[in-house]
Write a protein of this length. Structure first.
Length: 139
């Protein structure tokens, strides 16, 4: 979950949906491999799982990262929207929030939110979030 939320910057709700789908798909295999380990022994099942993990983790994580890598995606022309909002505090400070939404050809939506103070300095409240297309996560 942390990799999907922090590194890939996928939205919270969609991250939970992805994890829930993975659990629903994986849970029946507990029964299958449990019965198999009763016949063959746990050692061989665990060793096969470890070998699969060593071989498959890097490609799986690279694929997850590539789904949110916008350098390889084509942005749809005319789909970019920018929303600016100014808020004023009682002390007279100004906070400007700029929200940029981009839609890509594969229907990935990237939302960037930047907050700047009255001096034009960016605050630490920069956020980028992705909403992956439904077909990508298998819903």
């Amino acid at each position: 979950m942390t990799f999907i939320e922090k590194t890939c910057q996928v939205e919270f709700v969609q991250t939970r949906d992805i994890i829930a789908i993975a659990l629903l798909i994986g849970t029946p295999f507990f029964i299958v491999f449990g019965a198999w380990s009763d016949r063959v022994g746990r050692k061989y099942i665990m060793m096969a799982g470890l070998i699969l993990a060593v071989v498959l983790y890097m490609p799986i994580y690279k694929k997850m990262y590539s789904l949110t890598d916008t350098t390889t995606k084509v942005e749809l022309a005319g789909s970019k929207s920018i929303e600016r909002k100014k808020t004023y505090s009682e002390a007279g400070d100004t906070l400007m929030t700029v929200k940029t939404v981009r839609v890509y050809a594969d229907q990935t939506i990237k939302t960037e939110t930047n907050k700047m103070d009255s001096g034009g300095k960016r605050s630490n409240q920069h956020q980028t979030k992705f909403l992956l297309p439904v077909k990508t996560i298998g819903l």
